[in-house]
Write a protein that binds this ligand. Structure first.
Ligand SMILES: *[C@@H]1O[C@H](CO)[C@@H](O)[C@H](O)[C@H]1NC(C)=O
Ligand SMILES: *[C@@H]1O[C@H](CO)[C@@H](O)[C@H](O)[C@H]1NC(C)=O
Ligand SMILES: *[C@@H]1O[C@H](CO)[C@@H](O)[C@H](O)[C@H]1NC(C)=O
Ligand SMILES: *[C@@H]1O[C@H](CO)[C@@H](O)[C@H](O)[C@H]1NC(C)=O
Ligand SMILES: *[C@@H]1O[C@H](CO)[C@@H](O)[C@H](O)[C@H]1NC(C)=O
Length: 604
């Protein structure tokens, strides 16, 4: 036993590095050049403490802005021995820590020992982001992203293995990494997300940003997913951030430690966030209203988030459709569950879900809708277990009807015959294609005005979601865009159908809309647009790029929901996103998506 101990001591001594500085330990790359080594005589100022460690800033800071001058010292034993403002020396082991294999590592000093307080009561001055040239880059995340975080293949390299040299003026992740462990103040703060249930809130400060929208948030655009933002995590003093913060709220200046938390660069504030203001302007009703004739048909699109007859959001969603969307002539719905909601009992019909919604809309002053959908095969559509979500339409039977109503079954693939007639109306597009395994089958319908003279087609889609994606600031680069290959296949199947229809009827008026679970500038929708030749209605109607959003996820206002139209529908078309959900707090949202309304002239 004794012999074993002294052997260990010799081995330890052999690996110990003396009189190294903190910036030498953090280094100019992600992984420390001293990883695994014991260091001794490390000197620094204690800038902050947490329950399980403290943060140490070098008293011998270097001027290389790639290397952080601060580091986390992990181990609760050390915490009781130091106070903020102490200058200490210590020894410990350099380690790289992460709580998940898809996150970036943080460098820390573990098992601190030989803690020696040299002096106390020293001034601790936070650095200020946005001052002295410390502005986060606004466009690119990492040098390993091949120019675009959504380029394919994703995960073609990993930060932990490539260990790139930091370029903090070019890449957002490198900027925040170069300040890892540092005590920093953020000033002029705006919340650009809703707080999550723990109070974590994404912010920007008074540094330059790109993608700023009218509400004060940042909109994701092609090649620009806003690395200039940072999430405010749990306060170090054990207090809690407000959980009702929302997009565009203003916040008090805040000071805390920059680190990695749950796969993102985060600032852990010394104490909780405080709100100084909120924008009380609520979303207003659409200005796009149908006049009941072919010259002004309106189309709504709304993912109503696992909606069932017992949804507590029943009246609220009905109010959105009646009063904010002004009862569009046809409403594309996604995430309509069966009559028994998420109970997995073999029920597949959604007749009750849809008829209750139609009645509730009428009660909210909307039109008397009829509805149509096709029941899925039990448990084959993915989504919440037992819910049998599907896409569905509401339509105003005083304005339009299904042309030659002849609904297909869950296994019938509707075909286009000469002149553009559908073999099933409504019908599913290739429901047996494996692209739709565990996913929602697209629902195509042909409509006509009640005089039978004017017609148009709709295709309602809900592509496979992005679950299994990795964080935009995670280890795989470019980040994993979950199920992107499946969405590419789904896009091809729908585009092929559109191509067939346009080949039979070149002047066909086609609206393909819904929750594509993808951004227009990423491969699935690039494939969809180029193959189908349909046009992105946001582009057609000239919505400013910063106002193109229907969803708020982490730091980005973004668009997963879209409308694509054939060229026969572009003249006089209009479009509005109605921000009834992205602008309110988490407790007040009725769905995670905003609805959209468009207006078209469908006259022959
Ligand atoms: C980092 O240092 C370089 C060279 O001294 C300078 O050009 C750059 O602006 C600095 N960047 C930051 C974020 O301080
Ligand atoms: C985005 O970046 C990629 C790769 O650098 C480039 O090929 C593409 O043209 C860019 N797209 C836009 C819209 O700027
Ligand atoms: C990324 O690729 C690496 C190396 O091929 C692999 O080990 C890792 O599991 C991948 N990560 C994800 C999240 O797919
Ligand atoms: C509140 O939001 C509205 C709508 O986005 C915007 O026009 C207005 O400028 C905002 N007001 C403030 C004080 O930010
Ligand atoms: C409602 O639609 C069904 C077909 O889905 C049709 O049989 C019925 O006549 C329609 N009702 C009205 C009022 O149009």
């Amino acid at each position: 036993m004794r012999a074993f101990n002294s052997l260990c001591a010799v081995a330890l001594l052999a690996q110990t590095v003396w009189a190294v500085t903190i910036s030498e330990i953090t280094g100019d790359r992600y992984i420390s050049p001293y990883k695994g080594k014991r260091v001794s005589g490390l000197q620094g100022l204690v800038t902050a403490k947490s329950k399980s460690g403290f943060y140490l800033r070098s008293t011998d800071a270097d001027s290389d802005n790639r290397t952080s001058n601060s580091v986390y010292v992990y181990g609760s034993r050390g915490v009781s021995q130091v106070s903020v403002g102490d200058i200490v020396t210590l020894s410990g082991k350099v380690a790289e820590y992460r709580s998940s294999s898809s996150y970036v590592y943080s460098t820390e000093i573990e098992s601190p020992a030989d803690i020696n307080v040299l002096s106390s009561g020293n001034t601790v001055t936070p650095i200020v982001i946005g001052q002295n040239g410390r502005n986060p880059p606004t466009v690119q995340y990492s040098s390993l992203d091949n120019g675009d975080i959504f380029s394919l293949p994703s995960n073609s390299s990993e930060i932990s293995t490539a260990n790139p040299v930091l370029q903090p003026t070019q890449y957002g992740m490198d900027f925040w990494q170069s300040l890892s462990g540092e005590l920093a103040t953020l000033t002029g703060l705006t919340a650009i997300s809703k707080a999550n249930k723990y109070g974590d809130t994404w912010v920007i400060g008074d540094w330059p940003v790109t993608g700023l929208n009218d509400r004060g948030g940042l909109t994701m655009r092609a090649n620009d997913s806003n690395p200039e933002s940072i999430v405010i995590g749990s306060p170090l003093d054990g207090s809690s951030n407000p959980i009702d913060s929302k997009l565009g709220d203003t916040l008090e200046d805040i000071t805390g430690i920059i680190t990695q938390a749950y796969g993102f660069y985060a600032l852990l504030p010394l104490t909780s966030l405080k709100r100084t203001g909120s924008n009380s302007t609520a979303a207003t009703a659409t200005s796009l209203v149908s006049d009941g004739t072919c010259s002004a048909i309106t189309i709504g699109d709304y993912n109503v988030d696992n909606f069932s007859p017992d949804s507590p959001t029943m009246d609220g969603i009905a109010k959105h459709i009646a009063q904010y969307l002004k009862s569009p002539t046809v409403v594309f719905l996604q995430e309509i569950q069966d009559n028994s909601g998420s109970t997995d009992n073999g029920v597949v019909s959604a007749s009750l879900t849809l008829s209750k919604l139609a009645s509730a809309i009428k009660e909210q002053g909307g039109v008397a809708y009829n509805y149509t959908d096709i029941d899925p095969i039990n448990d084959m559509n993915g989504g919440e277990h037992g819910g049998n979500i599907r896409v569905a339409y509401l339509y105003d039977p005083s304005v339009v009807r299904l042309r030659n109503y002849n609904p297909g079954s869950s296994t019938d693939a509707t075909q286009v015959s000469s002149g553009g007639a559908l073999s099933y109306n409504p019908g599913l597009i290739e429901p047996g294609n494996k692209a739709w395994d565990d996913s929602r089958k697209p629902l195509v319908a042909e409509w006509e005005t009640l005089d039978g003279k004017n017609g148009f087609y709709t295709i309602n889609v809900h592509f496979t979601s992005k679950y299994d994606s990795t964080s935009l600031e995670g280890d795989p680069r470019p980040p994993v865009n979950g199920w992107v290959e499946t969405r590419v296949e789904q896009a091809r199947v729908v585009a092929k159908f559109v191509t067939t229809l346009l080949a039979e009827k070149s002047e066909a008026k086609i609206i393909t809309a819904g929750d594509f679970n993808e951004y227009v500038f990423v491969e699935p929708l690039e494939v969809f647009a180029s193959t189908s030749t349909l046009l992105d209605l946001e582009e057609v109607t000239g919505i400013p790029s910063t106002e193109r959003y229907t969803y708020l996820y982490n730091q980005n206002c973004e668009s997963l929901d879209h409308m694509y139209v054939s060229s026969a529908l572009t003249a006089g078309a209009s479009m509005e996103h109605i921000h009834v959900n992205t602008w309110v707090s988490r407790a007040d949202e009725l769905s995670d998506h905003d609805p959209t309304v468009a207006l078209f002239n469908v006259c022959e």
